[in-house]
Design a protein around this ligand. Structure first.
Ligand code: MLT
Length: 392
């Protein structure tokens, strides 16, 4: 018997588990420390009222034998798929069929699981700094990963590579840097993919935070993307579903590798390994698209974006260099005087009682930065910014 030795290529703990462990150890020693957590991007505002009511109704349906729901359809319920197409894609000029949308329990699992479709000897390009799931899941499989440096010079969108990759992960608005990508730059990535017979895995989990309507919400707004891209979306940050769990993945019918439909492969994979997001979650997600739901999520996103503005302006006022936070809940902040990111993380934890995420945890190009989330309360964001200012 042998284990999958690829697990030995991973760091001992997943980044956010490592941070949680360090914070827990500090808290155990300092039980009264007034810790403010702006590390993991977990939301703090309650679910939209429209979703709460829809989920209550769904539970009641399941309490009655006549309306009870067991296993759902493999792709997800049509009521949710139709709402997604009508609200997230049609208004932006993207035509999708029901067959192309797969409801899931979130973008994290889908961005990891999608690797089942691809051969182990594909070369994977990831932007660096990067959401660690893309790296860790490919390491687990045994794939080779190459890093595409992202920095202030290329707007954290990477230079189009001269080398060949088979798979490229892109995430915009970006986790962790908060950067956005223009349609022009995204077109360059699509041209690259088409020239290289590569697939782009496009994580658009933060699109609802975009404030400038000329920026792309979906990669399919760009011509040619349906032939080379898969897109991941999530209700987690958009509608407070980090605990409820619901997301979706779009696999266009045009997307083929050597004549094989990736849509058919993903359907086959999902039918075999996944039993869907619950009926209750899907009804909650559907309600996000109701007029009340839309207003409620907009109010919540505005609340977080106010936090982002506040954190950005305070930290910039202290002389730190800040990026992101304009179309994204993440603020990417240079450490003071070139301090290394784990050391600044530790100082912030122990001297300011503020938890952030050290940039190095997202890749070598994250060194010299920390990521701060705007998902806290307004009070916490204000106090955290002040406390950070005091220890610089
Ligand atoms: C993050 O902090 O990067 C996110 O919360 C992680 C996630 O969405 O899985």
């Amino acid at each position: 018997m042998k284990i999958n030795s690829n697990f030995q290529r991973l760091s001992q703990r997943y980044l956010f588990a490592e941070i949680a462990q360090r914070v827990a150890a500090y808290k155990a020693q300092n039980p009264n420390a007034p810790i403010i957590r702006l590390g993991i991007g977990d939301v703090t505002r309650p679910l939209p009222q429209a979703s709460i009511e829809a989920m209550h109704r769904a539970v009641d349906e399941c309490a009655d034998g006549k309306t009870f729901r067991g296993y759902g359809p493999e792709h997800g319920y049509d009521f949710l798929i139709d709402a997604i197409i009508a609200h997230d894609f049609s208004p932006r000029g993207v035509a999708l069929t029901r067959k192309e949308v797969f409801i899931s329990d979130g973008a994290k699992s889908d961005t990891g699981n999608i690797g089942d479709l691809f051969a182990v000897d594909n070369i994977v390009g990831v932007t660096d700094p990067v959401y660690p799931v893309y790296v860790d899941t490919n390491l687990m499989t045994g794939r080779q990963i190459r890093f595409i440096p992202c920095n202030a010079f290329n707007g954290f969108t990477g230079d189009i590579p001269t080398e060949h990759f088979d798979i490229v992960y892109l995430c915009y608005p970006n986790n962790p840097t908060g950067a956005v990508i223009t349609k022009e730059k995204l077109s360059q990535w699509i041209d690259y993919a088409r020239r290289n017979d590569a697939i782009i895995l496009y994580d658009s989990a933060y699109e609802a935070f975009i404030q400038d309507d000329t920026l792309p919400h979906s990669i399919y707004e760009i011509e040619g993307a349906k032939e080379c891209a898969i897109e991941f979306r999530s209700f987690s940050k958009t509608a407070g579903f980090t605990g409820v769990r619901c997301g979706y993945t779009v696999v266009p019918e045009e997307l083929k590798v050597d004549g094989v439909s990736l849509n058919a492969l993903w359907e086959r994979r999902q039918c075999c390994k996944f039993n869907g997001a619950s009926y209750i979650s899907q009804r909650g997600a559907e309600a996000v698209f109701s007029p009340e739901g839309q207003k409620q999520i907009r109010d919540t996103i505005d609340y977080y974006m106010d936090n982002a503005r506040l954190i950005r302006s305070r930290l910039a006022g202290y002389g730190l260099t800040v990026y992101g936070g304009e179309h994204s809940p993440y603020i990417w902040v240079s450490t003071p005087k070139g301090e290394d990111s784990w050391s600044f993380f530790t100082r912030l934890l122990t001297q300011a009682n503020v938890v952030v995420t050290p940039g190095e945890g997202f890749g070598v190009n994250g060194e010299g930065f920390v990521r701060i989330t705007a998902f806290g309360t307004k009070e916490d964001s204000l106090v955290a910014a002040e406390r950070i200012g005091r220890i610089l």
